[in-house]
Design a protein around this ligand. Sequence first.
Ligand SMILES: CC(C)(COP(=O)(O)OP(=O)(O)OC[C@H]1O[C@@H](n2cnc3c(N)ncnc32)[C@H](O)[C@@H]1OP(=O)(O)O)[C@@H](O)C(=O)NCCC(=O)NCCS
Length: 175
Amino acid sequence: MIGCMSCWIRCTMDPDLRTGQPVEVDLVPATAGERAVLWSMMREELADQFERITQVLGLSWEEFEAHYATRGEACTLRRGGEVAGYCWIELRERELHLHAIMVLPGQRGRGIGSAALRRLEAEFRDHADVIELGVSHDNPRARSLYERVGFVVVTTLHDVGYDIMRKPLTEVPLA
Ligand SMILES: CC(C)(COP(=O)(O)OP(=O)(O)OC[C@H]1O[C@@H](n2cnc3c(N)ncnc32)[C@H](O)[C@@H]1OP(=O)(O)O)[C@@H](O)C(=O)NCCC(=O)NCCS
């Protein structure tokens, strides 16, 4: 009963659940300002996990920031023209690395993260064979999303409490 009630409340409040329309997002290159916002969000929300990774890589935060400035691309997720979040991606050979995805706090749980992953798959299907990402053991929300859309764990980095997950975009085997 509680489940039904919470579903009813969500359906009443969320136009996408009410109409059953899938959420759509556009993925556009981030402006310099948006890039800076993504960096602050990552610093704030993913500090623990990035701290562990930078330690293992032997990087200071400043060096990691320089890495962010020079590697890959920051993109803005736009829904109906409005900013809904950001992601940081890097295409290496035929592998697309999703370094981070951040949906704006007030927009979470509405299908935007799922729509962003669908959009990445569609845009990179011709350029990449696989999407790879890392997920911290203390981030069940992100893990649940990745598993639901078909990512599977291929390696566990025990020292940083991190799993590497991959999803093939072609019929090429996962490993
Ligand atoms: C992890 C994160 C990107 C997920 O984004 P999101 O927009 O909340 O993801 P979704 O809304 O697509 O999915 C979240 C849940 O909402 C539910 N949902 C609600 N409305 C939905 C809709 N209209 N369509 C699809 N799913 C919907 C889904 O069932 C899903 O639950 P599940 O994954 O347990 O099955 C977001 O929580 C976030 O930015 N977290 C902080 C940063 C972070 O941890 N990033 C990942 C590491 S870099």
